[in-house]
Write a protein that binds this ligand. Sequence first.
Ligand code: SF4
Length: 241
Amino acid sequence: MTEIGFIDKVNWMNKIYSILHDLENYLNFQKTLGVRGVINPREKISDQQKQAEAPKETLMELLRKEMGNCTRCKLHPTRKNLVFGTGDLYSELVFVGEAPGADEDIQGEPFVGKAGMLLTKIIQSMGYDRKEVYIANIIKCRPPNNRNPETDEIQQCEPFLIKQLSILKPKVICALGTFAAQTLLKTQERISLLRGKFHSYQGIKVMPTYHPAYLLRNPSEKRSVWEDVKLVMKELGKKIN
Ligand code: SF4
């Protein structure tokens, strides 16, 4: 019995030695192919996890790099600057407008002209500094002569806004004007019917309201915008005077 047990042990040792030898040969072969390590499946991090863990600054920088000197739609030859977006990446509140105008095109920043000054006042009346919110547009390049954005331009540019919003993850989006509201909410409804109540975009509350440029032409509608922003303030727990 003792002798058979000893022979079994020797056989097993030989088998294990042979397996280890094969493994060594396999790893050496992989090395010649350029493999420099193996992944432990338990430690494997999915791309989604990596994205969730990367700082928003990095993700936004990567997105800006991805856009580069964008030529994806017919607006690129006439623009001076691509207007990406600006503000606090960690803000609970994001404003989305339509497209850059002449001043924005020159400065490369959204809402810096007369309409921008009015938006700044609206933001301040809500108890925020302009730097404390994030501001972007549906399309990033100025349409010639400030004409309305066209469907093909929105289709080409909207994916960048979608990515921006998925990085920002605000609590509330304030959609400024018809194009912003209709694009985000995938509707043809008029802004006058959309405003005044919350809608949903990817689980984020959306408050459509009039565009500041429209308010400059129709100052009587400032009261409606104040009603809309009061609802936003209430949602965000801001004090309403
Ligand atoms: S509007 Fe958007 S899609 Fe068109 S060129 Fe500018 S960045 Fe590119």
